[in-house]
Design a protein around this ligand. Structure first.
Ligand SMILES: *Cc1c(COP(=O)(O)O)cnc(C)c1O
Length: 429
């Protein structure tokens, strides 16, 4: 579900006309829907109501302070991957005690910061990291709550750059080594408290089967660790996929990822139904770390067509957003539907929609059939609310776009557009 739709021939987010918004704030411009974010959070939570569950939003998907604040108000916890993300959560009014800390390369400074703030748990990704957390905690006279991330060696069937649960990925600890490490750690590491077990097999999963496979494989291990080490939680990670194709039409539908024509489009109800039987008997707190599923379809990137160019082989629409604003197509062949903000009856045309950056990888669509675009037209790159702004760079010395949060008829500027002086702040002559 999402709140982007046409009204009187113009694309709206909730009750706000996006063409007027772009006139006021310029482009490129990220626009998010608060109602959509709340709806996604609540739907996931209610699908899992049978379980003692806790949703820790994966901050890296979209870490704007106002979005974190909105989710904190909903009762979400946070899954963080850096000290910077912990700082953001705290600034947004979130609690450290609701944070889990993931990632393969936590530094001493980050571990110390998280210990001092009192996070809920470190999710460690190697025995070496576990020993290091124990050491840092010992120096501070603290006991660090920890879980290990298990790599279940399950194929998530997603793009290779966002697959994390196979033995050849850098993430997690091999399934067969987990029990031995917990046993050793409980004997030898005096400054840690084994609090849980965690996994996360990948992102943008569009079928329920890999989740089921992973949960069924790891649940017995969680049960064993509960018996042997009194762990209190099992985190099954994030990874629920979203609609990228046909995403405007999907606004009114119940399916989550996959198309309506496919055998088994992923719905939250189906996801919950498939995993609850393995999880409920554990009697553990079940944690989830969704990122994309919460914010992905809740955001668009608005951009204006600067020029049309008829090349020898192709027609190009050159727009004012580039890979520095939204890198998913360049980084992992991510697809974004493109919708003209003003509806028209123009004939379709096959175009490449490209940015102004000096890289051939700087495109949003290739050979895409769209209603003929003209200079000055405003377009919306849909499903850009997750892994969009957070991956922005200043490459080519292009300032970051502004971000707007819509709530009903209210539009709040939640991040100012960068200025040229912002671009060079911190540099010395
Ligand atoms: C990135 C990440 C997530 C969130 O993944 P989504 O696909 O956005 O749901 C959850 N857990 C961990 C450990 C991650 O690294």
């Amino acid at each position: 579900m999402h709140s982007f739709h046409y009204h009187n021939g113009s694309l709206h987010c909730e009750e706000v006309d996006l063409s007027l918004l772009a006139n006021d704030h310029g482009s490129p411009l990220y626009v998010y829907s608060a109602a959509t974010i709340r709806d996604h959070y609540r739907r996931l939570s209610s699908a899992l109501c049978e379980l003692d569950h806790h949703i820790a939003y994966a901050v890296k998907a979209n870490s704007n302070l106002s979005i974190l604040k909105l989710l904190a108000k909903e009762g979400a916890g946070f899954d963080i991957v850096s000290g910077g993300e912990l700082f953001r959560v705290l600034r947004a009014g979130g609690k450290a005690s609701d944070c889990t800390f993931a990632g393969v390369g936590k530094t001493r400074a980050e571990i110390k910061y998280a210990l001092e703030e009192g996070i809920y748990c470190f999710n460690a990704e190697s025995e070496a990291e576990l020993c290091f957390i124990d050491k840092v905690a010992g120096e501070l006279g603290e006991v660090a709550p920890v879980a290990l991330r298990v790599n279940p060696n399950v194929d998530a069937k997603t793009h290779k750059y966002i697959s994390t649960g196979k033995s050849e990925n850098k993430f997690g600890v091999d399934f067969d080594d987990i029990a031995g490490i917990y046993d050793r750690a409980s004997q030898e590491l005096k400054n840690i408290n084994l609090r849980g077990l965690q996994m996360h097999i990948g992102s943008q999963l569009t079928s329920v089967q890999p989740f089921v496979e992973a949960v069924e494989k790891v649940a017995p291990l969680a049960a064993q660790l509960k018996a042997d080490h009194k762990i209190e939680f099992f985190s099954i990670g994030g990874g629920i996929g979203i609609i990228y194709e046909d995403s405007l039409a999907s606004g009114s539908k119940d399916w989550w990822a996959g198309k309506s024509g496919e055998d088994k489009p992923l719905t939250l109800e189906q996801y919950a139904e498939a995993i609850i039987p393995s999880l409920k008997p554990l009697g553990l707190k079940i944690m989830l770390e969704p990122g994309r599923m919460i914010t992905g379809n809740a955001g668009v990137l608005l951009s204006r067509v600067l020029y049309k160019k008829q090349g020898a082989a192709k027609v190009f629409a050159i727009v004012d957003a580039g890979m520095g604003d939204l890198i998913r197509p360049a980084l992992y062949q991510g697809h974004h539907d493109i919708a003209p903000v003003k509806q028209s009856d123009r004939q379709p045309e096959t175009v490449d929609v490209v940015g102004p950056i000096c890289e051939s990888g700087d495109f949003f669509a290739q050979d895409r059939e769209l209603p003929k675009l003209e200079e000055g037209d405003l377009i919306a790159l849909l499903s850009a609310g997750a892994y969009g702004f957070v991956m922005a760079s200043n490459y080519n010395s292009r300032p970051f776009p502004a971000e707007i949060l819509i709530d009903g008829q209210e539009a709040s500027l939640i991040r100012k557009r960068q200025s040229f002086s912002d671009l060079i702040s911190g540099e010395e002559l």
